[in-house]
Design a protein around this ligand. Sequence first.
Ligand code: NAD
Length: 478
Amino acid sequence: MSQPIIYQNYINGVFESSQQHLEVFNPSNQRLVSQVPASTAADVERALDAARAAQKGWAAKPAVERGAFLHRLANKLRDNVAHLARTITEEQGKVLGLAEVEVNFTADYLDYMAEWGRRIEGEIIQSDRPKENIFLFRKPLGVVAGILPWNFPFFLIARKMAPALITGNTIVIKPSEETPNNCFEFARLLNEIGLPKGVFNVVSGTGAETGNALTASQQVDMISFTGSVETGSRIMANAASNITKLNLELGGKAPSIVLDDADLELAVNAIRSSRIINTGQVCNCAERVYVQRGVADEFIARIANAMEATRYGDPLVDRDVEMGPMINRAGLDKVAAMVETARRNGAELITGGSIADLGKGFHYQPTVLTSCRQDMEIMRKEIFGPVLPIQIIDSLDEAITLANDCEYGLTSSIYTRNLGHAMQACRELDFGETYINRENFEAMQGFHAGVRKSGIGGADGKHGLYEYTHSHVVYLEG
Ligand code: NAD
């Protein structure tokens, strides 16, 4: 058996050894993959010191020069897709094809953000005075703390560091303790592009120690966090004492509405893949379906067949599987308990419904539940697994009311061939994103943001970029 890899924190352009370690396991077989630093508050402060010391010099470079580093890094990633994808799959469990998409998408994202180098703009505002100009500059915030989840761990590094760096900030990243390896591989490649030391730093560790130290530090000018609502709330409390700027990308409970006039084949394929991709562990994917009575039987039969036909297993053993394991035992047990509770409360199991007997992997069967009701936990709380609860509705008005009746407000979708229905959904669905007749997957030039408990602020595109700046208004008279 191969020895676990030992990773080191990346602080001020140097990989450093640490006193204490965490272990990282492969969720397909529970084998030990690596040891990573369990960073202390002192490690975090040193990383923040490095980021602080580097920031002014970094911001003084023309943005197009900062962008050149991101382009160089994108090319490095593309030269190493196979290795990076394997690293992601080994610690996170997604299928290799999806891990390759994640790496390539990350490279494209770096290029996209680099291209803003010549496009970041301020404003000249009309003055009330005859000899005055009012200028609005966009300036970097300073030092950003980026805290990552485990579900798209590689892409999330770029989603935070690329807009932060192109606008002149420096960053300290804390990856999830479940999936830190890919972040250290990212740092290893970044270390080869000649980025000034201190601009990008990585400290791994638990949320309770490392994440807490990072978000409580007075040295941080902005916290960019992606993860659960519970952690987001704790981070807000930490940020409160220093009034630190927050960007929170939290959970979702995306409704999918399927009307009588929908293209059913499209709806079945898109919703099924939404529950299978990344083993249902995606913040923006369909978490509950409201199907109109006229097509309900056919939709349920077809989606149950499609879910049942899903091939799952260890993605590093069989490249053809469509779905890997869940991230860990806790995630698996949570999904199993939610399905049991739903069944006890009257939901009908159409397919799946059990932990799969596949050696030591954390596999759950692709599952469809019908006769679900809005008051059930499974229709209200994030499942984050390959389970699809379905409720039958009689009208679009009813579906929209139920969809909006939710503590989350990240994404939503509707399948209909009727333009009037589609437009009503645009007007009345109270979410950050709505997908009409297509799968749930955002574009890098869009703006990924949720309402209610799904977060504060957002990512991607122009609006996501400007989250990493503050305005500085100058009044020049004379
Ligand atoms: P999590 O909240 O458990 O952990 C996320 C990160 O926060 C980890 O790095 C963790 O170590 C850290 N953390 C934990 N406690 C902390 C504390 N007290 N202080 C500072 N940091 C702390 O989330 P997860 O299980 O890694 O990710 C799954 C969640 O992320 C889901 O709810 C999912 O919907 C959400 N998510 C949202 C988006 C989005 O764009 N809105 C994208 C991906 C994932």
